[in-house]
Write a protein that binds this ligand. Structure first.
Ligand code: SF4
Ligand code: SF4
Length: 444
């Protein structure tokens, strides 16, 4: 890592920040090391280590920026362990944009990582050659569905053979989402508004969500139509690029952002509605992602202004409160990308509060991450489960039979946690319950 030049040791350029995607100094030096963010950080709370805190991670970024250290494996390890939940951003009194800093840092890390390892190859294939292509993803998910429903999955799990032969593959298998019975497809269809039309909205289909939560996406469309929205699902839309950004593939994320901007801008809608908090957060930040693109910066700014999270959109409409009652005890886990990145916490609770008959109980530490974080649950399995364990301890105190949330990654992670503990509870989206109440209303 260290090169000698003119008798002086200096860090090799590969180990330093460089290029347009380096963390911006004006953001880096906003951090005054006060430590107010520490108690909000799940990795700091789990370890008590400064290096696993936002302040510690920023200190490492500054040290690399000042060429005092290089991006060695041990430095990168501390950034890798960040869940990118952005709770530190909310807690920070100095306005440090940690999300932008870690995104830029991971783009630098991505440049440095060595090619060749199996995990790296798999990451490259899935991010560049599968996720952006809905047809390929569908094929893969159909194979996963056959594996899950044929009995092969339970055989593999019961035998423990995969865990003995390839523990990391077994971890991936354990995190595999349950593929839904039906898929949601964006085929350019339009769903008419019920009654007088109040708005025309385009819906983001996304990459994994329409395949693992197809019926739940249908519920989102029904809820919108019930509230007087004409809903269109533009055909050529692609994955939002959130997962790519998370691991530093910023160029790939930009390519998908440009495509989505073009496709949704042609749809002639009042809003682009997003049911996944992670995707909504990414799309609201296309303006930042494409800020240096002379052809797209202005278009991206206009596009980002049109993006609305589903709960935000429904509350602003405003939505029609359901009349039919649901008999259950419900709690809500804030998804980090809704609460911390989009700063939306009251809209989902207002929707839940509007459903008659339901008892709502606050989840202790509802704003603390569940440990899902993009690919974190696969790449940092042990840590992800530690964070999930604390979440499940909190959930058990509520006595709720339904745990609601607003992001597919959180939904899958929480479902895993509940199944592991054998709890008699279900995990649902807030919109599932609203849809259920509307449907009961109809059936009388
Ligand atoms: S990120 Fe903000 S809260 Fe955390 S140490 Fe820096 S200035 Fe303080
Ligand atoms: S994004 Fe989350 S995990 Fe990462 S440093 Fe901030 S609070 Fe900690």
């Amino acid at each position: 890592m260290v090169e000698a030049k003119h008798g002086e040791a200096r860090i090799a350029p590969d180990f330093l920040f460089s290029g347009p995607d380096a963390p911006e100094e004006s953001d880096l030096y906003k951090c005054v090391h006060c430590g107010f963010c520490l108690q909000a950080c799940p990795t700091y709370l789990e370890t008590g280590l400064e290096t696993e805190s936002p302040r510690g991670r920023i200190a490492l970024m500054k040290a690399v920026n000042e060429e005092r250290i290089g991006m060695t494996d041990s430095v990168i390890r501390h950034w890798d362990l960040c869940i990118q939940c952005r709770a530190c951003e909310v807690a920070c009194p100095s306005g440090v944009p940690y999300g932008s800093l870690i995104e830029a840092t991971m783009a630098q890390v991505e440049r440095r990582r060595k090619p060749g390892a199996l995990a790296r190859f798999a990451e490259n294939v899935s991010l560049n050659h599968v996720l952006p292509h809905q047809g390929r993803l569908k094929l893969l998910m159909s194979a996963a569905k056959a594996y899950q429903r044929s009995g092969a999955q339970s055989l593999v799990r019961k035998s423990g053979v995969l865990r003995r032969l390839a523990p990391s593959l077994a971890d991936m298998e354990a995190s595999m989402p349950r593929v839904s019975s039906t898929y949601f497809s964006a085929k350019g269809q339009t769903v008419e508004a019920e009654g007088e039309a109040r708005a025309r909205a385009a819906i983001l289909s996304g990459c994994v969500m329409p395949l693992v939560n197809g019926p739940e996406m249908d519920a989102v469309v029904r809820v919108l139509a019930r509230n007087g929205c004409e809903v269109v699902a533009p055909e050529r839309q692609v994955c939002c690029g959130a997962i790519h950004s998370h691991v530093g593939y910023l160029d790939a994320a930009r390519k998908m952002a440009r495509r989505n901007i073009d496709v949704f801008s042609e749809a002639g809608v009042d809003a682009v509605v997003v049911a996944s908090a992670g995707c909504g957060s990414r799309m609201k930040e296309y303006a930042h992602l494409l800020r240096d693109d002379p052809q797209y910066s202005e278009k991206a700014r206009r596009f980002s202004d049109m993006v609305k999270d589903i709960h935000e959109f429904l509350v602003e409409l405003p939505f029609v409160p359901p009349r039919a009652a649901l008999d259950c005890r419900v709690t809500y886990q804030d998804s980090c990308h809704l609460a911390n990145a989009q700063r939306i916490t009251s809209a989902p609770r207002r929707i839940l509060d509007s459903i008659p008959g339901m008892e709502f109980v606050e989840l202790p530490n509802a704003g603390r991450c569940c440990g899902a974080g993009g690919t974190y649950t696969i790449t940092e399995r042990e840590f992800s489960l530690r964070v999930l364990n604390s979440k499940m301890d909190d959930f058990e105190t509520t006595g709720a039979d339904v745990l609601t949330t607003a992001n597919p990654g959180c939904l899958m992670q929480l479902q895993y946690g509940i199944a592991e503990r054998g709890l008699p509870a279900q995990v649902k989206y807030v919109t599932d319950l609203l849809d259920e109440a509307y449907r009961r209303e109809r059936s009388g």
